[in-house]
Design a protein around this ligand. Structure first.
Ligand code: R5P
Length: 291
């Protein structure tokens, strides 16, 4: 039987997953020294199969701690170590966009693959690389999708909404959710002008009086959703909502969205955030039961 090891900031979600799978769980104890270093402590007696559960938003310190934890688990006798990282970091920098840039996806992927036997994640942002194992070359790489949970949630919220993906890459999620619930959907075009600046062009259509739901995998600065909502406003839709998998929502992203008329923001609990209305414990539990 595997033991789930939980990190402090994701303990609640990790325990829910362990409980749903019928696995026991224990805490990873972390002490932060004044100089910024971390001391990791695991339970002294470990079974051969260990599952670390930690979501990798704000990843730099978390990655170092994970590496320390995985190495310690091996020393204490773990033979098979799985990482459940519902949000997987560094997936967007999948090429050198400018000469001299690090291809972070590959570097971080190799770092994780050197320490973990398996990886389970949710809707990773794979763009030019189509397969998780190409990005993180572990022996077993499992990609789960939150779209079934999102579709089930949405069916309880709104009558016949129109789903809009804000950019071409979002089509995979928006189409999947639309398919589950037999809904209309369309996809906008996005030009990224900078970290906090995007231009959205909506496809021709009549959005007036509709319940619109903007669907995306990641909301980071929220500017993508904000620009889409601004474009929609002149059509006077009945409501605008946002449904996202990974709620990074930096700074005032959430307030900005409300200011442009986004009434409801719903996200999955891959990243702890006040908008987490959707729990993925059962989805993740199904995957760890098979490890
Ligand atoms: C990228 O293409 C993703 O799917 C999201 O659209 C993007 O990460 C959102 O970023 P932001 O919220 O900063 O506009």
């Amino acid at each position: 039987m595997s033991l789930v090891l939980c990190f402090p900031e994701y303990r609640e979600q990790a325990r829910r997953m362990a409980d749903a799978a019928g696995f026991s769980s224990a805490d990873v104890d972390i002490h932060h020294f004044p100089d910024g270093e971390s001391r990791i402590r695991l339970p002294e007696k470990l079974p051969e199969k260990i599952i670390f559960c930690r979501s990798l938003n704000q990843p730099n310190e978390k990655l170092i701690e994970l590496i320390l934890a995985a190495a310690t688990a091996r020393r204490l006798g773990a033979k098979k170590i799985t990482l459940v990282a519902p949000y997987l970091c560094y997936m967007r920098q999948d090429k050198a966009f400018h000469p001299g840039e690090a291809i972070s996806q590959r570097i971080i992927g190799e770092l994780l693959a050197g320490r973990f036997n398996s990886l389970i994640t949710v809707d990773p942002h794979l763009h030019r690389v189509h397969n998780l194992q190409q990005a993180v070359p572990v022996a077993q790489a499992v990609t789960l999708s939150a779209t079934s949970v999102m579709a089930a949630w949405l069916s309880e919220q709104l009558e016949n909404p129109l789903l809009i993906g804000p950019d071409e890459e979002s089509v995979q999620w928006v189409a999947a959710i639309a398919r589950y619930n037999h809904l209309d959907y369309c996809v906008a075009r996005k030009e990224r002008l900078g970290d906090r600046s995007v231009r959205i062009t909506l496809p021709d259509g009549d959005y007036s009086g509709r319940h619109i739901v903007l669907v995306d995998d990641v909301a980071s600065t929220g500017r993508t959703l904000e620009a889409a909502a601004r474009r929609l406003a002149p059509y006077k839709p009945a409501t605008i909502s946002a449904l996202v998998t990974h709620a990074l929502f930096f700074g005032d992203a959430q307030q900005r969205l409300h200011r442009v008329g986004v009434e409801q923001i719903w996200s999955c609990d891959t990243i702890p955030h006040p908008t987490n209305h959707l729990q993925l414990a059962e989805l993740l539990a199904g995957a760890i039961r098979e490890k």
